[in-house]
Ligand binder design. Sequence first.
Ligand code: GLU
Length: 473
Amino acid sequence: MSSPVVTRFAPSPTGFLHIGGARTALFNWAYAQHTGGTMLLRIEDTDRERSTAAAIDAIIEGLTWLGLGWAGEPVSQFGRAARHRQVAEELLAQGKAYRCYCSPAELDAMRAKAEAEKRPIRYDGTWRDRDPSEAPAGVKPVIRFRAPQEGETVVDDRVQGRVVIPNKDLDDLIILRSDGNPTYNLSVVVDDHDMGVTHIIRGVDHLTNAARQTQIYLAMGWRVPEMSHIPLIHGPDGAKLSKRHGALGVEAYRAMGYLPAAMRNYLARLGWSHGDDEIFSTEQLVEWFNLESIGKSPARFDFAKLENLNGHYIRHTPDAELLQALIDFLPHAEGGKAMLGRLDDAMKAKLLKAMPGLKERAKTLVELMKSAQFLFAARPLALDEKAKQIIADGGAEALKSLVPVISAVPHWQAHDLEAAVKAHAEAAGLKLGKLAQPLRAALTGASVSPGIFDVLEVLGREEALDRLADQVR
Ligand code: GLU
């Protein structure tokens, strides 16, 4: 039996959890779930100047919101520096690494020479075979990895295929700086090994690192994890993803009113596919997810598609569940706190009743919240410009004759209210719109809303008649 799968998500907390990172996390999570394995979380916080506690919080909150859980406590890479140093010393002791005493001036000269000769900049191996007794006094050395110079390094990538990098292109990497701090590629290898990671799934921008890391694994005699380097995310026009096109933090998507389930579905389709399936549940994703179906070409992020998909999820979420999603959303939404303040049990009941009408039109929770706003409005309602116009242009008169008809309806229920209003329109020789428009304006303060008879029913007899009376005075 092969050992259980262990994946990891390893973000650098130098910014928020952006959409590409969320997709990487999703793939790691889905693969672990699919195989019955686990996903670990490692915070790569070694850049002390750029790493912030706020970014760590945002990553954890973003993953939690997306429903992508990890096993155990998050691992701090910085907290493991002593272990990284220990491995650097071990490589040194085995002759697989060496001390380099080059001064900054010497390295500058090396760089200038390479540039003049139009060669790629590489460390020239000055200290590779030099006797340490020649070390200049008072210079703190770095430790460099003694990379193989002949042959090639192969990354057998599950997505990119067999990637072959000539060893002459990989110079002797610094693994420990002169101040004793480990460098990135060493830390990643030691952590992945110690954490028992079996599968590395990350952005293709780490492919060159993968070759360097492979060399370190081999030098330590450690098993190289399975590697999958996934394509980048581009904008709908094929160019690098810009802010306008979606290069935002996950919290921005939350504030725009997307549902986590819709996000998971959408992100899964960025680079991975299951036939032509566009809409699938998280359970199906877990059942189907594999590394073989990750594509090689860049995925295209398209806001319009995400929005349509989200609309689908909103329409198909059971009313009570959607109400809860809306309530959870309010603290994160602009203007949501005011609504939260008026959200008592009676209001919740009204919202639940209105939900079938509300959710038909909303593509996001923001739209759902906006179309539910009329329920929360305090009397007398502040009408928007269009609604004011409707009331002024004969709407008030139309309501005046309509109110007695409506108040006489015995069962305050959409169907009966509709029948009464229709009969009145017919008798008065009016088009239904001539009555529906002023009703909508008076009851919701706007010129668009869910079905007006549903609105009447949901508001309840007293509140509805009071709102109408406010406009016919
Ligand atoms: N910390 C790296 C990043 O945020 C990921 C490193 C890795 O997955 O190996 O890009």
